[in-house]
Design a protein. Structure first.
Length: 564
């Protein structure tokens, strides 16, 4: 899922995504070497957490979201079949237990909790999932995330989404049905190793048909246009400035949630958030960059860093700017950027340089090795001399002497700094290239990105499930997330072959590694930048506040406030 860039971009999501209970302040050792202790203090009378985000929520309509901010908070107010734990393992949420799986690994049967309720008092039923899933894949809905049902290999999903198929638009043929009010059966086209983890993704959340249809286009736009079955309810939403969540006492696991209220402020400038944190108005700082890390790095009880599973990169739109169709130009851009200086000096938050799209320490293969083991350093990294050679070669091939490029980015403070750095690097190492940074508010940035109305865009991706495919199938020719007109028949075939090898995990793994190498080393379809790290200052009286490596931007299901 696209991620709201901490400095420019987008990731996601996403994780799209699911709420992970992993983090840096849960008593585990973090990347900085500090160890945060849980402590044995008494709980404060008021269990209220005050935090910030650097962007507003664009929408809480499950069919419209593509970003990690929306998916994070949608997953707090709505619960799906599964929710991820701190070991990147799916755990039952609306499902009362793990599903029963058929011997051919193509049929999953989920039993729902009989005590699960919507905030209007009505039960959460299997038909709520059937309705929501059919709505997602319906071509009339035009959801940017409909592709994930095909990625999950749910029966007939790809055909329902294919306008050339006899099943186009026939959502009743989707491989999901309610056997009774509390039994949901899902049928797959083929074995899919990551299917259960996908059930924690926001695209697979339930919706009550009667309520959703009554709301129409207003669904997910205001608190009164929402029903809740998750751990929290959205009670206030001041668009552009913040929102308030309150504990949902009807949630099946409410007794194990300490927080009664979470107040979120939208702050585009890190300095504003730091000032509010120092003044005691926020319980955790915004994500810190190098300008503020030094203020806290020696405060072991407050400073925390962790390496995330999101990777950031530049989209290169071959349709919008014809020069970007040239592979040598694309490779020259990649090799002109010093990523280590960017992560060490500009970011300073635990992020690491990346010349790859599938992150380190994210997914292990059948042999137990990390996906990155075959190419730990990635491809086409910083090499200014080679970049100049490729630039000269590309100029001759195109018959040009100079090149103007526009880099679209978010308008946050961090984004501005990062994108100015990238533009400077390209101009410095590729004489004759001029890069203009086009800053856009987050919502408009997403619209322009999704519509392909940009030349280059600083973006990123958070995994939707724990498998390399969540990063790789984005770049197939027909994937709606591929808004840059990249198309390679061999790459498409490799992804198709990998998708057909669910019963042969090692062969599948090898195909995915071959696909990544083609995507970046040969084609340089995108320009990887870094694997995200996050650094935060957290008040010592806040325990269990987490910044998960996968899924949610912020994890507070385990958080509690001690007397102070």
């Amino acid at each position: 899922m696209r991620r709201k860039a901490k400095w420019p971009i987008l990731l996601s999501l996403i994780l799209v995504l699911s709420i992970v209970l992993a983090g840096c302040s849960s008593g585990k050792k973090d990347e900085s070497g500090n160890k945060s202790s849980e402590g044995n203090g008494q709980l404060a009378d008021k269990q209220v957490l005050n935090i910030s985000e650097n962007a507003d929520i664009p929408s809480l309509n499950w069919t419209k979201i593509t970003d990690n901010v929306s998916s994070t908070y949608l997953n707090y107010i709505t619960s799906g079949l599964m929710r991820m734990n701190d070991k990147l393992q799916p755990q039952p949420d609306m499902a009362e237990s793990m599903p029963k799986v058929s011997s051919d690994k193509k049929t999953y049967t989920f039993k729902l909790r009989k005590d699960a309720k919507w905030s209007d008092g009505s039960p959460v039923t299997a038909n709520d999932f059937v309705y929501a899933w059919r709505k997602m894949v319906d071509p009339k809905t035009a959801s940017q995330y409909a592709f994930i049902f095909s990625s999950a290999n749910i029966k007939n999903a790809a055909k329902i989404e294919d306008k050339n198929s006899p099943l186009f638009g026939k959502v009743d043929q989707l491989g999901v049905k309610a056997l009774d009010d509390h039994t949901l059966q899902v049928t797959l086209e083929k074995p899919t190793p990551f299917f259960i983890s996908l059930m924690a993704n926001a695209s697979f959340l339930p919706q009550k048909k009667e309520f959703a249809e009554k709301q129409g286009d207003k669904l997910g736009q205001e608190p009164q246009n929402l029903l809740f079955n998750g751990p929290f309810k959205l009670t206030k939403w001041n668009h552009g400035s913040g929102w308030t969540l309150e504990k949902n006492k009807q949630y099946w696991n409410a007794k194990n949630i300490s927080l009664d209220q979470v107040n979120v402020k939208v702050l585009k400038q890190v300095s504003t958030g730091v000032n509010l944190y120092n003044a005691g108005k926020l319980d955790a700082s915004p994500a810190l960059d190098s300008a503020f890390v030094n203020q806290y790095k020696n405060k072991k009880d407050e400073f925390h860093t962790s390496l995330q599973s999101g990777t950031f990169f530049l989209y290169l739109n071959e349709k919008k700017n014809p020069a970007l169709k040239n592979a040598n130009i694309r490779k020259a851009i990649s090799m002109s950027i010093d990523r280590k200086s960017m992560t060490d000096s500009l970011l300073g938050d635990g992020s690491i340089p990346a010349n790859y799209i599938v992150p380190k320490d994210f997914a292990k293969g059948p042999d137990g090795k990390d996906f990155r083991s075959y190419a730990p350093n990635g491809f086409n990294g910083y090499n200014p001399k080679e970049a100049k050679k490729l630039w000269e070669k590309g100029k001759k091939e195109l018959g040009i002497k100079s090149l103007k490029l526009e880099l679209m980015a978010q308008d946050s403070d961090k984004s501005t700094k990062q994108n100015e750095y990238i533009a400077n690097q390209i101009e410095k190492n590729l004489p004759g290239v001029n890069v203009t940074v086009n800053k856009q508010p987050w919502g408009n940035y997403l619209k322009l990105l999704n519509s392909g109305n940009y030349e280059m865009a600083n973006s990123g991706w958070n995994p939707d499930y724990v498998d390399p495919m969540t990063f790789l199938d984005l770049w197939t020719t027909d994937n709606p997330q591929n808004s840059m007109s990249y198309s390679d028949k061999k790459f498409d075939k490799l992804i198709e072959e990998a998708n057909n090898l669910g019963a042969e995990p090692q062969k599948r793994w090898n195909k995915m590694q071959e696909a990544e190498k083609l995507l970046i080393e040969k084609d340089q379809a995108i320009v990887p930048l870094f694997q995200e790290g996050v650094a935060h200052a957290i008040k010592p009286y806040v325990k269990g506040l987490e910044y998960p490596a996968f899924g949610a931007r912020t994890g507070f299901l385990n958080a509690k406030i001690l007397k102070h």
